[in-house]
Design a protein around this ligand. Structure first.
Ligand code: HEC
Ligand code: HEC
Length: 266
């Protein structure tokens, strides 16, 4: 049976809950899925309770543990590496790790918190952030997919604190080659139901028997897999590449705007 599962009013709530339940790869293989301002705050609280007695109150270093604010780590370079250090610890040192009985989410929130700390090391960018902001809302129509401060679409990651997570160079490559690294959570899917209905969109969650898809118009569809005639998964990004539609000056302005989206500044 095919049905449009829910009307728009409650979709937002449900999606919030569901994103968390999309099957994820194990921590070792992916980028951090928990990086909103709220995640960073939760990470900060977790840090206060579990880590500050060794690493100092704001991770600036204590009697028993090193400074973690420098943006560089001896034992890890990627987010996945930090995840492993925080959950498993470092053998033969006092760094014991928070343990496997913690949810992956808590560990990722700690990673997000640590990553947010080196955002104090800011670099100069050439573009004009106010022009970037106009492009973001206007010509780029970025808000149809992305949220900033709880406003916008849910078809891409929340960008409220993107400037804490990505350098200007990384932001530029996000805009030029969105397909370079796409987390599983942003894969899309196209299905054809027995009755001929075709739906394409974000794979919100997928179980053994059913799958939910959010289409471009924000309708949430729910299908039983046995009723589907066809289904294809696309592991590329639904985000367009912007190298052609923007001049290099406009790209610089967009990057300047995005880079300024930081927890520290607002
Ligand atoms: C009992 C003290 C202690 C506690 C508690 C502790 N750490 Fe550590 N941590 C250390 C020590 C000591 C090291 C350095 C190990 C080494 O390289 O010799 C370390 C290293 C690290 C590193 C790697 C730093 C680098 O440069 O690679 C990270 C990341 C880290 N800790 C995060 C955390 C987090 C997050 C928590 C809380 C969940 C935590 N630690 C709790 C003592 C502690
Ligand atoms: C059709 C939906 C869509 C539109 C329109 C869109 N994006 Fe995206 N965006 C995505 C998706 C999905 C991802 C995650 C997958 C990926 O990395 O490509 C993403 C990723 C990003 C990232 C990386 C985020 C991270 O957490 O690393 C940035 C930055 C970004 N988009 C900025 C923009 C900007 C700026 C615009 C407008 C010029 C825009 N996007 C337009 C869907 C969209």
């Amino acid at each position: 049976m095919l049905r449009k599962a829910l009307h728009a009013g409650i979709i937002g709530l449900l999606i919030n809950g569901m994103i968390g339940s999309v099957p994820t790869l194990s921590g070792q293989e992916q980028d951090n899925p928990y990086t909103t301002g709220q995640d960073i705050q939760s990470g900060e609280q977790l840090f206060g309770r579990n880590c500050s007695r060794c690493h100092g109150l704001e991770a600036g270093g204590g009697e028993r543990g090193p400074n973690l604010r420098t943006g560089e780590f001896q034992h890890a370079s990627t987010d996945a590496g930090l995840f492993a250090v925080i959950s498993d610890g470092i053998p033969n040192t006092e760094m014991v790790g928070i343990g496997r009985n913690r949810s992956e989410q808590s560990v990722w929130q700690l990673v997000a918190y640590l990553r947010s700390l080196n955002s104090e090391v800011r670099v100069e960018v050439a573009g004009n952030p106010s022009i970037g902001e106009e492009l973001y809302g206007g010509k780029g129509n970025c808000s149809s997919c992305h949220m900033i401060d709880a406003e916008g679409g849910r078809h891409g990651p929340d960008l409220s604190t993107i400037g804490d997570r990505r350098s200007p160079d990384e932001l530029l490559s996000d805009l030029l080659t969105p397909n370079a690294r796409v987390q599983q959570r942003w894969w899309t899917m196209r299905v054809v139901h027995q009755d001929g209905t075709e739906v394409e969109g974000l794979r919100m969650n997928e179980g053994t028997y059913s799958v939910r898809i959010l289409d471009a118009e924000d309708n949430l569809w729910s299908f039983l897999k046995r009723d589907l005639r066809q289904s294809e998964r696309t592991e590329t990004s639904s985000m367009p590449a912007y190298g052609e539609s923007f001049t290099s000056g406009e790209l610089e302005d967009l990057v300047a705007y995005l880079y300024g989206l930081s927890r520290g500044i607002r």
